[in-house]
Design a protein around this ligand. Structure first.
Ligand code: AMP
Length: 208
């Protein structure tokens, strides 16, 4: 089952992707996570992309497409995958088509107001990368991860200026995927303002 999941920042696509991968035992492939790992390890790619990512800009296609091609060629993707954060625009969607075939393209929709509110309350563990929301999924202590006791931080690109840029990019570029995948009859839109359980039930109904 080859799935892509997209939506504005804060739509919960990472959370839903994880639910799907646990249920179907297929890998969750997030370009954002791959890039942040490169940055943390200060690899050659990590150093190249750090400023772009921290400012909320997109990483160039020649880097992103190659990373995806390599990742999708690994044996753990043979029964499927959930792609999160890729493709982000038409050019990437067209490239993806040349290396694999998709079964479902899911958009988790939320309004910009909800996106900004959710992201301002998002905290991420600097060690194990667990994600919290100060109201909806609060940690016991606002600064410490419940799971591994690592420090909770705000992602650099979750700061207000970068968030605005990322949302603008979503509307300008990623939304064009809707028409593209509608034409292929694999597009489904899910209301991401509902609870995590309601959203995942909705997704499961679609992909069954
Ligand atoms: P995310 O965690 O999906 O919000 O991604 C974080 C950041 O990584 C984005 O704001 C971009 O700078 C970069 N990024 C992730 N996926 C892509 C992609 N498909 N194309 C270009 N840049 C990306």
């Amino acid at each position: 089952m080859n799935i892509i999941i997209f939506g504005p920042q804060g739509s919960g696509k990472g959370t839903q992707a994880k639910i799907l991968t646990d249920k179907f035992n297929i890998p969750h492939i997030s370009t954002g996570v791959i890039f942040r790992t490169h940055m943390k390890k200060q690899t050659k790619i990590g150093k190249k992309i750090a400023t772009l990512i921290n400012n909320g800009d997109l990483v160039p296609d020649e880097i992103t497409n190659l990373i995806i091609k390599k990742r999708l060629s690994k044996p753990d993707t043979k029964n499927g995958f959930v792609l999160d954060g890729y493709p982000r625009d038409l050019a990437q969607a067209e490239y993806l088509q040349t290396i694999t075939q998709l079964d479902f393209a899911l958009e988790i929709w939320i309004s910009d107001i909800v996106a900004v509110e959710r992201i301002s309350q998002r905290r991420i563990c600097s060690k194990c990368k667990s994600i919290y929301h100060l109201t909806n999924k609060p940690p016991k202590n606002e600064q410490i991860c419940d799971i591994c006791h690592g420090d909770l931080t705000t992602r650099q690109d979750d700061k207000p200026n970068a968030v605005k840029k990322r949302l603008d990019l979503y509307h300008a570029k990623t939304e064009s995927l809707i028409k593209f995948y509608k034409k292929q009859n694999i597009f489904h839109q899910i209301d991401g303002e509902k609870t995590i359980t309601q959203v995942s039930e909705e997704i499961l109904k679609i992909i069954k």
